[in-house]
Design a protein around this ligand. Structure first.
Ligand SMILES: NC(=O)C1=CN([C@@H]2O[C@H](COP(=O)(O)OP(=O)(O)OC[C@H]3O[C@@H](n4cnc5c(N)ncnc54)[C@H](OP(=O)(O)O)[C@@H]3O)[C@@H](O)[C@H]2O)C=CC1
Ligand SMILES: CC(C)(CO)C(=O)C(=O)O
Length: 305
């Protein structure tokens, strides 16, 4: 397949390495020193499968050089979505699928305001990866799953092709019956994990070990579950217990990417995570006081330092 990663950070870079090494033509969209390093040395992933280096088919900051691709793995931070989406336009062919893996539940709607909606699918990932130096990515833990589908859940050859390509690399890419339920299930986890680990400057191990923090996490997750159900999302029963169980698969020192970003002084996605839980709850009359408190505590750090 010909796949573009817009862009080639933690998520896009992880898939760029895996798909390139599996023989696919990957156009890695990146910029600045990160792009220079990828061009010079390739992209290095230090992770669950050891050290893997890949030299993508193309590495560029100009999507017009790439031309139409089969699929775009769309993974930039929430605040960068609009500009990155506009930059994707030259890579759209007649049946190109754009799969967003951003945290939060609003990326597909936001993309559909910029790209022709028939190109936009929806997706969610559970993996923990970060850029540690130009051209270098580090994965924390061993989990790595990618769940995606057409927004109306119809069968789709283009989704199946990308799913098979990712699954063949050893990452999990199961078929998805209800992508909205999948996205919101991750959001129930992530809004709580992001809010608590970033605002509390703590780890998943702390959440599991300190009953007061565990209760805060569960209260935040319970609110987000209520928001989802009020919006008509068919979440599985016991979702808060499920996300609690997921915490046990994260290494004790693990944190949400929001917490890693805040510590590094980078902008954080608070508007699209805790802020979205509050905003989307208010739209359907569901109070979210715990998420509102976490949102308020994180707002001063929104733009990094
Ligand atoms: N990393 C993780 O473990 C997980 C992340 N997610 C979500 O995935 C999304 C992406 O996160 P992640 O991969 O970590 O982000 P990163 O910050 O690692 O990567 C994003 C990259 O996009 C680049 N970029 C942004 N806009 C453009 C552009 N217009 N042209 C070229 N490059 C651009 C950034 O460059 P620059 O630095 O120059 O701005 C950066 O290198 C987020 O919503 C995140 O919450 C979800 C699950 C896990
Ligand atoms: C919680 C986690 C690690 C799961 O993939 C994540 O999404 C993030 O840190 O951004």
């Amino acid at each position: 397949m010909r796949v573009a990663t817009m862009a080639t950070g933690g998520i896009g870079g992880y898939l760029a390495v895996k798909l390139t090494r599996a023989g696919h033509e990957v156009a890695a969209i990146a910029r600045g020193p990160h792009l220079e390093a990828i061009r010079r040395d390739g992209l290095r992933l230090e992770g669950a499968d050891g050290v893997e280096v890949a030299h993508p088919w193309m590495a560029t900051d100009d999507p017009a050089e790439v031309g139409p691709v089969d699929a775009i793995v769309f993974a930039v931070k929430g605040d960068a979505l609009e500009a990155a989406a506009r930059a994707c336009l030259p890579m759209l062919g007649p049946d190109t699928v754009v799969v967003p893996f951003l945290n939060g539940v609003e990326a597909a709607d936001r993309l559909s305001r910029i790209l022709p909606p028939q190109h936009v699918a929806d997706g969610v990932t559970r993996v923990s990866t970060t850029i540690t130096a130009p051209g270098v990515l580090r994965q924390t833990g061993t989990f790595g799953s990618f769940h995606f589908g057409e927004r109306d859940n119809r069968p789709s050859a283009r989704i199946d092709a990308l799913r098979q390509a990712i699954a063949a690399t050893g990452a999990e890419a199961p078929s998805v019956d209800d992508i909205a339920a999948e996205s919101w299930s991750k959001f129930v986890l992530f809004a709580a994990m992001s809010g608590v680990t970033a605002a509390g400057r703590c780890t998943v191990g702390d959440i599991l070990a300190i009953p007061e923090l565990g209760a805060l996490f569960r209260a935040a997750a319970t609110e987000t579950e209520a928001v989802a159900r009020a919006r008509g999302v068919a979440l599985p029963p016991g979702i808060v217990d499920d996300v609690w169980s997921f915490l046990n698969s994260v290494p004790p020192g693990g944190r949400a990417s929001t917490a890693i970003d805040i510590e590094a002084g980078r902008p954080i996605e608070v508007e699209w995570v805790s802020g979205a839980a509050v905003r989307l709850g208010a739209e359907v009359g569901v109070p979210t006081p715990v998420n509102a408190m976490l949102y308020a505590l994180l707002l001063p750090h929104r733009t990094g330092h």
